[in-house]
Design a protein around this ligand. Structure first.
Ligand code: CU
Length: 601
């Protein structure tokens, strides 16, 4: 290692007073509004953790190597916001200052000595996925031009069409791989466009309030034009004008992707808008419920992956059936609400074969990926089936192979379950904050509170006689859940609205109808590229063994009034027809029967 750091070419090395202390007390790379607050937080934290003062010359000189190493490896500062990380330029100042013998101010004579060698490792760079609502017009235009010029969303025979089919024909659903498969997909798309996909935070507090600018799908998806950063020309907005599957939308009148008319109209839809946005009250409850679980998954795919050990509190030779319950795990509960929001956006987004042709899909999934990473960070002892291949992705989702028979070369669940920074990206915090979810740790809190190893949470389906006995003195302390079992792939998409047995109104509006319990959306896998050639049951769909769970806590009193056997009323609506599905047709489908169970809280 040479002494290149010694300031032979510079008249003055950095000194503490003019150069180093300001990095700590007035970090120039942080937006001005947050600067002094962040600075005093860093100083307070170091006083707390190490009992030394980051703003004191003596304390910093004594610990400079360790401070530099922690700053550069980004374990300091403790933050959720990648903007807080020290840039390479600021780190260089600290290094040169130390190697010059810690000059106090511009009058101190340098005393060169190598203390911190220049790093051989390149500085880590991440793509930072930002809240799409926080991007300026110019920043958005860069993203729009990538979709326009590289992916060519308006053209057949384009990368965009290939990506849409890649999702339609290879994606995994109803299993632990779902969100990690989609992580690889997003990663691959980002590699194509060399740009971090901005996320649509549908878990923001604003998204459930019809008057908030955060309600509904972000406005940029409905804008007519954008200004190309390449040549300044005004062009059709690719976030709106994307060509649907083979140029035919789920709504066959359109060549372009289509969305629910209420979302297109926005606030001018009046009462329809308010009712549509009000559904996010439920979606947020469902998301919080899934994020508050302790297990990512249980190996209920026992016949494939082994024993469902996470559900079993103690092993015995006669484990009762009730130890093998429906699952209260992150992956299934999160997929359930994920399906609802797909259905909520409408025609193309509501069908699994069509969905990835709508650019909303990318921003929507970027957010689901963000929430998945929050879950994984909050539950660092999560166990997954690490070796399961996520075809057709290779090399952490950066490349594809569609027909290579070597299963071991593909990206695996384990590859995708890593800290996203190991995969080259991270997230900036949302503009409207996430709905509070008390069990979640921010990644910053992880440093201060070592996580408990989780042994899994056993939630078993109690015997019906036990749960549905309304005379049981305990019942008031229990929470009712509406459970659908035997859920699997269907060809078409359906919306299932759930009401109390006394319901007289079948309007699915949570604010006006006290008998509305909630909604389950079943996203159809579609028929795929050629009618009839591909559909559910081609081997990518598991046996119908998933469950869907709605909390009915809000209507507990009314369910009790209805008597223990009363159950719930369902209205099933087909997405394509917009019509209620008759009983005869329902009998041919699996997973459309609900039961109410009362579980202790
Ligand atoms: Cu999805």
């Amino acid at each position: 290692m040479s002494l290149e750091a010694v300031p032979t070419t510079r008249p003055q090395p950095p000194n503490w007073t003019d150069d180093v202390l300001p990095l700590i007390t007035d970090p120039y790379w942080i937006p001005e509004a947050k600067r002094s607050g962040n600075s005093s937080d860093w100083i307070t934290e170091m006083k707390y953790y190490g009992n030394w003062d980051l703003s004191k010359y003596e304390d910093v000189t004594k610990r400079v190597v360790s401070i530099y190493q922690h700053l550069r490896s980004k374990t300091m500062p403790i933050t959720d916001d990648p903007d807080d990380y020290w840039p390479e330029e600021a780190l260089g100042k600290i290094r040169l200052w130390a190697n010059a013998g810690f000059p106090l101010d511009s009058s101190s004579a340098p005393a060169p000595k190598l203390i911190i060698p220049q790093s051989v490792e390149p500085p880590p760079t991440y793509r930072i996925r930002r809240d799409i609502m926080s991007l300026s017009k110019e920043e958005l235009a860069v993203y729009q031009s990538k979709l326009d010029d590289i992916l060519q969303v308006g053209h057949l025979d384009s990368k965009w069409q290939e990506l849409g089919f890649l999702h339609a024909e290879w994606c995994l659903h109803y299993q632990e791989a779902t969100f990690l498969w989609h992580r690889a997909y997003l990663r691959y798309v980002e590699e194509q466009i060399d740009f971090p996909i901005p996320y649509w935070n549908c878990f923001s507090t604003g998204s459930a309030n019809p008057d908030s600018p955060f309600a509904g799908v972000p406005p940029v998806f409905f804008e007519e034009t954008y200004v190309s950063p390449k040549d300044g020309s005004v062009r059709p907005n690719p976030l709106k004008y994307a060509l649907a599957l083979n140029g035919v939308s789920k709504d066959p009148k359109s060549r372009l992707v289509t969305r629910d008319p209420v979302l297109v109209q926005g606030k001018s839809a009046g009462a329809g808008w308010a009712a549509k946005i009000a559904l996010f009250t439920f979606y947020h409850e469902q998301m919080s419920h899934s994020l508050s679980q302790k297990n990512f998954t249980s190996s209920n795919t026992a016949e494939k992956f082994g024993f469902p050990w996470q559900n079993i509190p103690s092993f015995g030779e006669n484990n009762p059936d009730s130890n093998y319950p429906f699952r209260f795990d992150f992956d299934e509960l999160f997929e359930q609400v994920h399906d609802n929001i797909h259905g909520w956006v409408g025609p193309d987004m509501a069908d699994n074969s069509y969905t990835a042709f709508d650019p909303i899909f990318l921003s929507y999934h970027a957010n689901m990926d963000r929430l998945t990473s929050i879950f994984l960070d909050s539950n660092p002892t999560t166990q997954l089936t690490s070796r399961y291949p996520l075809q057709p992705f290779l090399d952490n989702g950066t490349r594809l192979a569609y027909d290579d028979p070597r299963r071991w070369i593909y990206t695996t669940i384990g590859d995708m379950a890593k800290d996203t920074r190991a995969l080259g990206y991270t997230f900036a915090p949302p503009l409207s904050p996430d709905v509070k979810s008390s069990s979640l740790k921010s990644s910053a809190a992880l440093f201060s509170a070592p996580s408990q190893p989780n042994g899994g949470r056993a939630i078993s389906l109690p015997l019906l006689s036990e749960t549905n006995d309304a005379s049981n003195a305990d019942v008031k302390k229990r929470i009712p859940y509406v459970i659908f079992t035997g859920v699997g792939c269907t060809t078409s998409s359906y919306r299932v609205d759930v009401f109390t047995p006394q319901a007289t109104s079948m309007v699915p509006n949570p604010t006006t109808n006290p008998d509305f319990i909630g909604q389950v959306t079943r996203i159809g896998m579609g028929r795929g590229r050629v009618n009839g050639r591909r559909g559910p049951g081609n081997g990518r769909c598991r046996k119908p063994e998933a469950t869907r769970v709605l909390s009915a806590e809000r209507v507990a009193e009314r369910l009790l009034e209805g008597g223990p056997e009363a159950g719930v009323k369902l209205v099933v609506t087909g997405f394509e027809s917009g019509q209620e599905v008759g009983e005869e047709e329902l009998k041919t489908l699996s997973g459309f029967e609900a039961k109410v169970v009362w579980l202790s809280s």
